[in-house]
Design a protein. Structure first.
Length: 559
């Protein structure tokens, strides 16, 4: 299969539902999904699964996916979050076209529907305080008790609700509830609140409203108003579906549309926290450097770390869609990124812990060109030139004065190949007064230059990378690792205490000079070290900055 050929679609229970609906002409062959985030935070890895599912289904069935913000809580919502969410969805490769909506677009209609429910005797204004409502809600073993205000007249309820809207009452003084069944075993049906008073400025409607609808009421009606066919949400909303259906059943005479809610298992990923509350705590406590910290499992953080949309697509395909909750190991996501980057990332050389190597028998002022492939699996991507000279940078741990068993790199008397260049024989090293390695010395074998006849006449086991001292460039390299050191942060103690103290290490390295001009967000494989990306914000030709995306192999399984 060529790279441009679409992989076959893997079926799942949601696709089976849609196929059956289409076969039965339930929606006349139409498929309309939606992605409805709250604009009170940044999207995380779990949202990527939902985005690929909802937008992917719409694409595959020639339908439409609505981008809709559930902006019903003015105290926590900001335009900053709206902008970031839209940017992240686009980054993953999707566009909603003309179908951008906000729950606040429907505030007038939602209010009118609430008045209709009051008029039908299906909703009432409750004047209990929060503690009284909680006490009367009941338990799993005992039914709830009716509010003393449950039998208010329609006229009184309409009057109070309109005065709530007019701003006559303080926050919490009244709420609007729908009248279902206080004895229901499903707590979501025990006369749930659908409106509360909030004297707060909304990021889109300003101070026009001081009462705001709750999610369970808003969401199903927004779906119906937009004529969504398949409203796909995560499994924790399964117990909310009876309320979703009840509201739409009561308002069918006014709307004439009843969307179908379908639940799937959310993403549970080891070594991260995906709780919005915990993510906010990490940011506000300073445990991470903002929402786009590459260690944070936000999509803006993933982008800055160098993760790819294609890697996320591979990940969501690999883990599939099911009704059963399960844990996915972080290594699965890392392997998907590694697999994608292996195909797309050009190769470059970086020396992360540089020490000087002097080739004593190489002429002092000589220079010669060595050729290195930009991608060993894609010869069509060509080769680049690396200049060889007398003084080179190599990795400090590529030298060992007294080598241990299995060490085939530099040590006195040992030969190795300088990758893309010559075989050299180490003659020793110099140290400072404290025993710190200063310089390594070696002689090269002129007849062993890579790519020339007879270059493999001298057999060696070691192969190390290098850079010329006179053209290599200083760079800041940020070595990111997993933010948490345990698979399930917070399982045994405060999750903050499970933070990995070595989740980031910032070093000064030597890199190929061409990397200075790499555009921000360009990804490379630094040979032997892993995949790196030019930082989205901090990288420039004057101050190159690269972030480690993922290593060449999973090292956590060995810890």
């Amino acid at each position: 299969m060529s790279e441009t050929t679409e992989k076959p679609v893997v079926s799942n229970f949601i696709r089976n539902i849609i196929d059956d609906d289409n076969a039965n002409q339930k929606w006349h062959g139409r498929v309309a999904t939606r992605f409805p985030p709250e604009p009170n935070g940044y999207l995380h890895y779990g949202h990527a699964k939902s985005i690929f599912l909802n937008f992917g289904l719409a694409r595959d069935y020639a339908g439409e996916c609505h981008m809709r913000f559930d902006d019903t809580n003015p105290e926590k919502e900001e335009q900053e979050y709206v902008d970031s969410i839209l940017e992240s969805v686009r980054w993953l490769g999707f566009d909603w076209g003309e179908h951008l909506y906000y729950a606040s677009d429907y505030f007038d209609r939602l209010y009118a529907f609430a008045e209709y429910l009051i008029e039908q005797g299906l909703a009432y204004v409750d004047s209990q305080n929060a503690d009284e409502m909680r006490a009367n809600r009941g338990t799993h073993l005992e039914p709830g008790r009716n509010s003393p205000w449950r039998e208010r007249s329609v006229a009184d309820n309409l009057d109070l609700f309109r005065r709530m809207k007019a701003g006559e009452f303080a926050d919490g003084e009244h709420v609007l509830r729908v009248k279902i069944d206080m004895a229901s075993p499903n707590f979501n049906l025990r006369d749930p609140v659908i409106y509360r008073i909030r004297h707060a400025e909304h990021h889109r409607t300003g101070n026009q409203w001081c009462i705001y609808p709750l999610y369970d009421y808003t969401h199903c009606l927004s779906d119906a108003l937009e004529q969504i066919t398949h409203s796909i949400c995560t499994l924790e909303f399964e117990d909310h579906r009876p309320l979703y259906d009840w509201v739409l059943d009561q308002l069918m005479p006014r709307i004439g549309w009843h969307s179908q809610q379908i639940e799937f298992a959310r993403l549970n990923l080891t070594y991260v926290v995906l709780s919005k509350r915990k993510l906010i705590q990490l940011v506000e406590s300073g445990a991470v450097n903002g929402w786009d910290d590459p260690r944070l499992p936000t999509l803006v953080g993933a982008r800055r770390r160098g993760f790819t949309p294609e890697g996320f697509k591979l990940f969501t395909d690999r883990i599939g869609v099911s009704k059963a909750d399960s844990w996915i190991d972080m290594s699965v996501l890392e392997d998907c990124m590694r697999e994608d980057l292996n195909q797309r990332a050009e190769r470059r050389i970086a020396v992360l812990d540089p020490v000087k190597l002097i080739i004593d028998n190489y002429p002092l002022d000589s220079r010669e060109t060595c050729l290195a492939p930009n991608h060993p699996l894609k010869p069509e991507m060509g080769k680049r030139e690396i200049e060889f000279q007398r003084e080179l940078w190599i990795e400090r741990d590529d030298y060992m004065e007294t080598p241990v068993k299995g060490f085939f790199r530099l040590s006195p008397g040992n030969k190795v190949r300088l990758r893309y260049a010559f075989v050299i024989e180490c003659s020793g090293a110099t140290y400072d007064a404290n025993g710190h390695l200063l310089t390594i010395h070696a002689n090269y074998l002129p007849e062993t230059k890579s790519g020339t006849p007879g270059s493999d006449s001298v057999k060696v086991k070691g192969n190390i990378h290098w850079l010329p001292v006179h053209t290599a460039t200083d760079a800041e390299v940020r070595l990111y690792d997993r933010l948490f050191r345990v698979p399930h942060p917070g399982a045994e103690q405060d999750f903050i205490l499970d933070i990995n103290p070595e989740s980031v290490r910032i070093i000064q390295a030597q890199i190929e000079s061409s990397l200075r001009d790499a555009p921000a967000e360009t990804r490379f494989q630094f040979e032997r070290h892993g995949y790196f990306v030019a930082d989205r914000y901090d990288h420039s030709p004057d101050t190159p900055v690269f972030n480690r995306t993922v290593g060449l192999k999973d090292t956590w399984q060995k810890r």
